[in-house]
Design a protein around this ligand. Sequence first.
Ligand code: NAP
Length: 330
Amino acid sequence: MPYQADSQRYERMSYRRCGRSGLKLPLVSLGLWQNFGGVDVYETGRAIVHKAFDSGITHFDLANNYGPPPGSAEEAFGKMLAQDLGPYRDELVISSKAGYGMWDGPYGDWGSRKYLVASLDQSLQRMGLDYVDIFYHHRPDPETPLEETMGALADIVKQGKALYVGISSYRPAETREASRLLKEMGVHCLIHQPRYNMNDRWIEDGLTDVLKEEGIGCIPFSPLDQGFLTSRYLKGVPQDSRAGKAHGTIAKDDITEQKIERSRKLQTIAEARNQTLAQLALAWILRLDTITSVLIGASRVSQLEDNLRTLDHLDFSDSELAEIERILQA
Ligand SMILES: NC(=O)c1ccc[n+]([C@@H]2O[C@H](COP(=O)([O-])OP(=O)(O)OC[C@H]3O[C@@H](n4cnc5c(N)ncnc54)[C@H](OP(=O)(O)O)[C@@H]3O)[C@@H](O)[C@H]2O)c1
């Protein structure tokens, strides 16, 4: 049976404007870094993407290297576009990135024009697209002049291969400079994708101010700290989790008693709010008006459903925020 999107999908989701731009993003977006690669079960990923779009998630985030193996998440998403989502292309915001090692030799990594332009062409081919909605430089390159990297992004927009561009993991001063360079070339920096969650708050130290001043949206990745800010690890390490499976991205040493203890305390607050820990962690990020959307991952439909219920309870009392702060500062 051909996929038919739920006709009620836009009634369940809220959308926030992405910085000073015309584009709005759903409060919850879905990333395909893990669980959508060649090593994963395609139909599970497909069911997650269907559930997401049926729930008003219009934004799907990819990168050249997502898999494993690298490239396979874009291939899987391309297959879903061909099978199911193609008729809805104009309702979708699809992003990709380049900046980490993708192919052998000196032209398949970091931030040269040579790498970014070739990589985006490869991504478009894997997904069967004429353009992506957002193309990111995935991480700052300490050696390539920023003018070159931003020049490549600006040209990609002018060539129509991406509608908007963004940057990921750039520090505050680099972000301001990247934004200035792009502006000079007639292109607005739409969005910044930093790591941000209750266990990693670096963006509060200057970046959010820059984003506000420059009118750049913000979509934090790993908002659940890869699963630590959910119930996933509260009773040990499940074999099928990111920390348990062979190609997972959490090393055994990353699981510390301190982290788990903090999550247990936070869960008590979540329970008092009739929420799960995952919902508390996502709502806490969305408390900031600089945040456009939270970029979650999921390995099954039930996790996505849990995370979507965050939207039912977004507000915090002052005493709840103070209690969370006390736990996070301890
Ligand atoms: N720009 C960058 O450098 C960068 C870096 C990393 C990620 N990203 C982007 O950000 C996206 C999200 O990152 P992430 O996957 O690390 O995000 P995350 O939401 O912090 O972690 C997702 C993982 O947490 C667990 N999980 C999620 N919801 C759950 C729930 N309700 N209950 C229990 N466990 C739950 C699952 O782990 P299990 O798989 O163990 O079930 C899931 O795979 C990526 O897909 C990618 O698009 C970007």
